[in-house]
Each structure stands twice: as C-alpha cells, then as structure tokens.
Design a protein around this ligand. Structure first.
Ligand code: PMV
Length: 338
C-alpha cells in the first residue's frame, strides 16, 4: 500500500455506564465518565486515501456516496487530521459496516475510531493509543472507547488533553455476550449529537451526573470481579437514568418502541427466574441484552420469540481498533445473526 493510503477496522462498543451530555460540545468533553465493552463480531472497515488529484473530500458508506451532513462531519474530521499532520490534500474515505447504521448500535463509535486510525496513518502520523482515543473523541464522543481493547473506561477529564479512554480489562477477561435485539433498522430521527445538547434541559441531569462516580465504581468493580449480578443492577440503573433524562428533556426524546418495552420486561422476568441476563439501551429502539456466554444461545432463542424482533446479533467482547495491511476488501461473514 502506498504512503498516502491506509485501512483499518474498529468495533462498536456498548456502554454499560452511558455518556449523555457534554461540558464542551465542540470537543465532546462529556459531563460524566463512562464504561463500555467492544463488540468483536460487529465492525466498521475503512480505507482512507489522500490524493492530490481530488478537488474535495469524498466519503462513501456501504458502497454509496454520502453528501450533506454526513460528508461535512467526515470532512471536518479530516481537516483536523490535515492540521495535525501538515498534509494539504483531500482524501477519499470508503467505509463498510456489517450492521445497521444510526439505530443505537454505535455505528458512529466504530466509524470514527476506524477513521481516526486510517486517516492519521495515511497522513503519516504515528499516534499512540491515548492520542488516537482523543482524536476519535473529536469525531464522536463514544468513538474514543472503540480505540482500546476489551472493557474500556472513558475518563471524562475537563479538556482535550485529559479526556480519553483506556482498557480496564482485556477482551478475554470475561466471557459475557451482547445479544442485540434489532426491532428497527430505520435511521433514528434525532441524532445523539442533538440529544447531548438537550441533556442539560432536564432537571434530572445534574443528579445523574453527580452520582456517576458511584456507578462507575460499581461497574468497574463488577467487571474486575466478574460479578454478573452486580453488573446487571448497575447497567440497568444507568440505562434507565439516561432514558429518564431523554424523556424529561425539552423537547423530550423517546427512542423506545413497543417491542423495546416488551424485551425489557422479558429480560427482567428471565433474571428473576435465575438467568444471568440484563438489558441496556442506547439512543435507539434496539435492545442490548447482556448475558453469560454459556446462556447466550438460550437467551437468543428466547429473544427471537418476542414480538417485533427482526434480527439478533450476537457479539463477544472485542479487540482494539487496528490497521489492516491488505488492500480494501469487505467481508461480513464473521457476523452471526439469527
Ligand atoms: O458518541 P455519541 O455522540 O454517538 O453518543 C453516544 C451516546 C450513547 O450511545 C447513547 C451512550 C454511550 O455512552 O455510548
């Protein structure tokens, strides 16, 4: 591969403790820290080529040329990389996802993590994990958590320099699984970027943020001790708190659909009956059902019987964002869906 081209792969992540609201929206400095798990079987694969013949940046997603806001966001990000590296030419960005975009499965996280790695490398920068995490954060906050491997904490910080993510345990530390119940593949009407701006309009946000350090500690300890019951309690609490902020913002945000609620209730009843399972929901109607690896097939079968479930993606804890040496190829055969 020539010097001005690089390819990368990054996984989305599911937040156990959520990022919702910024203290500095332009830099994505979050109101609170967060913890997540990378999702191995889901990925974005991206190739960036800086090319002196281009008259503007180009961006294609899943084989289709993107214009308008999507292109502006990528182009603003590339401008940042140009300023860091001193490169002055435009780039063509080609990205593929093996899962639906914009539905609460964190496509912007894997998207900007992959773009950070490929664009910085193609531009001749050799960034360490922390610098890459900060760069990814500037594209989409949660993308900073898709740079390091496994179970990851994003230290909120208060400036561009100290707001970045690092691994608290490798992917192989704990064999838990995310069964993602897809109830809609439509792109959401209100993006998380807009949602973050509304968080401060909820009178509940200050209480959620004040209490975040306690939830972060409970979640970190649950992961380190591999204590599923403790994880389940804090993960559901944190998800419910974020959705309470969304519902009480002005204007209110409601991402749930009837099928979302049906899955939540089913998961609660399965846990009461003794199964190691809990739910968490991002900015979309799809439900992330977290469970132990040995119960995942049983849980996936049960989810598949619930009304409105279109598809289930099953994912293990995932590795870091990484460069690829081969020329760009898309292959979605690793993804197991039911
Ligand atoms: O990084 P963003 O702007 O796509 O925000 C992510 C927001 C949530 O997915 C709802 C929570 C999180 O921490 O991932």
């Amino acid at each position: 591969m020539d010097n001005l081209t690089a390819s990368s792969v990054a996984h989305p992540n599911i937040a156990f403790i959520k990022y919702w609201g910024d203290i500095d929206p332009s830099l994505h400095i979050p109101a609170n820290g967060s913890i997540s798990m990378n999702l191995q079987e889901l990925y974005t694969r991206t190739q960036v080529s800086f090319d002196p013949d281009l008259e503007g940046d180009q961006f294609s997603l899943n084989g289709r040329l993107v214009e308008d806001v999507g292109l502006t966001r990528v182009s603003d990000f590339l401008e940042h990389v140009r300023q860091m590296s001193g490169i002055v030419i435009f780039a063509a960005v080609e990205s593929y996802n093996n899962f639906p975009v914009g539905t609460g499965i964190a496509s912007s996280a894997s998207g900007f993590a992959a773009l950070s790695l490929a664009a910085s490398h193609a531009a001749g920068l050799d960034l360490d994990e922390r610098a890459l995490s900060r760069l990814a954060r500037s594209g989409s906050g949660s993308a900073c958590r898709s740079i390091p491997p496994g179970f990851v904490e994003w230290q909120a910080g208060c400036s561009d320099v100290d707001s970045y993510a690092y691994s608290i345990a490798p992917a192989g530390h704990w064999d838990i699984v995310d069964c993602i119940a897809v109830v809609s593949q439509e792109e959401k009407l209100v993006s998380s970027s807009t949602g973050h701006l509304l968080a401060g309009t909820s009178s509940l946000q200050a209480a959620r943020v004040d209490d975040a350090p306690k939830r972060l500690m409970r979640c970190r300890e649950a992961i380190l001790k591999r204590d599923f019951d403790a994880l389940a309690e804090v993960v559901e609490l944190d998800s419910n708190l974020m959705h309470a902020i969304m519902l009480s913002s002005t204007p209110p945000l409601m991402y749930w659909e009837p099928a979302t609620q049906a899955i939540v209730q089913a998961v609660q009843s399965w846990r009461k009956s003794g199964l190691p399972v809990c739910y968490t929901i991002d900015a979309g109607p799809n439900v992330h059902v977290i469970c132990s690896a040995d119960s995942s097939q049983d849980i996936a079968d049960k989810i598949g019987l619930l009304p409105g479930v279109q598809k289930i993606y099953i994912s293990n804890p995932g590795g870091p964002a990484r460069l690829e040496n081969s020329r760009f190829q898309h292959n979605s055969s690793h993804l197991k869906s039911i």
